[in-house]
Design a protein around this ligand. Structure first.
Ligand code: ATP
Ligand code: MG
Length: 349
């Protein structure tokens, strides 16, 4: 699953994605270029014309920025999107951090809430999250204001993160005895006074109280689905939980977005899974799918999103495109969705 990486197919995709990506957008002076590139990393983008490091970085940034720009609609109200799938390793964290960075590069103000004790989203955003750092645990369990734990993400203007520390591992149990245990995250977000366009919540691979807190806090659920066999397994259970939370705790909740991840266009399996997902979910599935990409999987080990690590790569451009779709679809947000647990029954394999 996470281990095998194929990059040939993404080169093709990169080329087609890049075809209209060579015009600098209005943000060209505001978006960070890549940090200095590790020496042992080969680029998957075409060789730049200027072969100096600065010229290379500038060219890649310009290519990526051609697809960004600030012309996208901004939501009238903060959109709280819960990135959930209790299946492990399907790309929840990768999607959270890269979509968040993409939306910020599109000019939005975005907060990532790391709700997974593994703290992978915090790591990927270059946010310190050792045990002493004020974190989302303090917010959930000790009612600390969210503003006291939020940190700006280095290198990406408008992007912020509420980190998770290992303390969060105990929160599932500690929350049980607390008042309003399911709605503590929602209260914290409601009380947060800084203006935000998007809040993206990275959930752990479980349907426990942490995920329930996210589902109570958000109006939208974003489900990443890995293009592999058994992709739909367990989704019925997630959707039934969404139905339950909608019925009892949060009537606004709906599955607004499904994103196909780790798509390998060379395999028939990937296209079969994509077809199956599209036939189940229809309009909720983003047209853009995220290819399997070496750069996407390498970026977190440098504390970066793929948007700053390799802005011209197929992975970066796909996430920028997915973010654009999400922003454009935003006007329909709140219309609700027909996706429910029942719709998956008999269909999930
Ligand atoms: N498009 C992609 N191409 C290549 N590797 C990817 C891609 N998306 C994610 N990965 C890799 O797959 C692994 C799992 O991804 P990720 O951590 O985002 O999944 P997750 O659903 O958050 O996992 P968990 O359930 O453990 O929280 C990671 O090693 C990540 O780098
Ligand atoms: Mg994760």
């Amino acid at each position: 699953m996470a281990g095998s990486v194929h990059c040939e197919s993404e080169v093709e995709e990169s080329e087609s994605l890049r075809s209209d990506a060579n015009v600098a957008g209005p943000m060209a002076d505001q978006v960070p270029g890549p940090r200095s590139e590790p020496a042992d990393v080969s680029r998957e983008t075409s060789p730049p014309m200027d072969d100096t490091p600065i010229g290379r970085a500038a060219q890649l940034a310009v290519e990526a920025l051609g697809r960004a720009g600030r012309g996208l609609p901004r939501p009238q109200q903060t959109r709280v999107m819960v990135v959930a799938n209790q299946k492990g390793g399907v790309g929840k964290t990768t999607t959270t951090v890269n979509l968040a960075a993409s939306l910020a590069l599109h000019g939005a103000r975005v907060l990532v809430i790391d709700l997974d004790p593994q703290g992978n989203a915090s790591t990927a955003l270059g946010i310190d999250h050792h045990a002493e750092v004020p974190s989302i645990y303090d917010v959930l369990v000790d009612s600390k204001p969210l503003s006291e734990v939020v940190q700006p993400v280095p290198d990406v203007e408008g992007l912020f993160c509420a980190p998770a520390t290992i303390d969060l591992a105990g929160a599932e149990i500690e929350l049980v005895s607390l008042v309003a245990r399911e709605s503590r995250l929602r209260r914290a977000i409601d009380a947060y006074e800084q203006p935000l366009d998007y809040v993206l919540v990275d959930c752990p691979p479980s349907l426990g109280l942490l995920t329930v807190n996210a589902l109570v806090a958000g109006a939208e659920v974003l489900i990443p689905i890995q293009c592999e066999y058994y992709a739909l397994e367990g989704l019925g259970q997630l959707l039934r939980n969404v139905d339950l939370v909608r019925g009892h705790l949060n009537p606004r909740l709906h599955v607004s977005t499904i994103l196909l991840t780790m798509y390998d266009g060379r395999t028939r399996l990937a296209s079969q899974v994509a077809e199956e997902v599209r036939s189940h979910f229809g309009k909720e599935v983003l047209r853009t799918s995220i290819p399997r990409s070496v750069r996407i999987s390498e970026a977190p080990s440098y504390g970066q999103t793929v948007l700053t690590y390799d802005p011209g790569s197929s992975g970066a451009l796909s996430y920028l495109e997915a973010a654009r779709e999400i922003a454009v679809r935003g006007s329909a947000e709140g219309a609700g969705s027909a996706v429910s647990g029942e719709r998956m029954d008999g269909g999930a394999r």
